[in-house]
Design a protein around this ligand. Structure first.
Ligand code: MN
Length: 261
């Protein structure tokens, strides 16, 4: 009986794979693979558990002054989103200055400091009023960007993946439980390079709040547990070169530091 049930599960999964359907959210099936691939996790502060990352969503131009500096209309246009691959994550422990590799192909490598929300509940068409119930934890993150390639691709109306969605382009600090931190509707957010302030703003200046981002995202995608959202960067993004040390901060979270190598 047990063997037959297992076989049926495997057969169903096999057909699903052939049909291009993914079975998400279910218990891990007993399937065999010819080799392993790395899974992406983010540490959870004060816990021996880690957060499994499913998708990384990022919102673009979510602070008025940054929208202006990027050449966008700063009025409240609908938010737009892009994704990074999950293995873009680079975990950075508090108190550590992690080596962060200067990527290939760029001559204009930019920092963007951002609040990150990590979801433990998903859904479609999530109402704004209950959206924050879906947030498990918050973290401090960097949306590192090959700005020259992002701009070049944008100018040619081509996808900008190569500018945004590359290896280690998403450094992140450990997650802090929303049940302990509360929401991040306001609070200081800043970034220094070699000790000098480059970005400094307040989370309350976000055009689209985290709750609104979840509501909007869930109109386009079915959100799932394990999804994380980079909520956009304030103005004064800029370049770094090898040897620079980036330190960033959000009130009530430990600072995050990387050295460009
Ligand atoms: Mn960004």
């Amino acid at each position: 009986m047990h063997r037959r049930a297992l076989f049926q599960t495997s057969a169903t999964l096999g057909l699903g794979a052939l049909a291009g359907c993914a079975s998400a959210g279910a218990a891990q099936p007993a399937v065999k693979t010819p080799f392993g691939v790395p899974a992406t996790h983010v540490p959870i502060m004060g816990s021996d558990m880690v957060f499994p990352v499913r998708r990384i969503y990022c919102i673009g131009r979510n602070y008025r002054a940054h929208a202006i500096e990027m050449g966008s209309n700063p009025d409240r246009e609908p938010p737009f989103f892009f994704q990074k691959p999950t293995d873009a994550i680079q975990n950075v422990a508090p108190g550590q200055v992690a080596d962060h590799p200067y990527p290939t192909l760029t001559k204009n490598y930019h920092y963007e400091v951002e609040l990150v929300a990590a979801l433990h509940k998903g859904g479609r068409n999530i109402p704004m009023a209950s959206a924050l119930d879906h947030v498990y934890a918050y973290a401090l993150g960097l949306d590192m960007t090959r700005r020259d390639l992002q701009r070049a691709m944008g100018d040619e109306k081509k996808p900008w993946e190569i500018g945004k969605s590359f290896d280690k382009s998403a450094p992140i600090g450990p997650l802090h439980l929303a049940s302990q931190t509360g929401a991040f509707a306001s609070g200081g957010i800043w970034l220094k390079v070699n000790g000098a302030f480059k970005q400094s703003a307040d989370l309350g200046q976000m055009i689209w709040s985290v709750a609104e981002q979840i509501a909007k995202l869930s109109e386009a995608f079915e959100l799932m547990p394990g999804d994380i959202i980079y909520s956009g960067t304030p103005e004064n993004v800029g370049p770094v070169v090898r040897g620079d040390v980036i330190e960033c901060h959000i009130d009530r979270l430990p600072n995050l530091s990387v050295k460009i190598v």
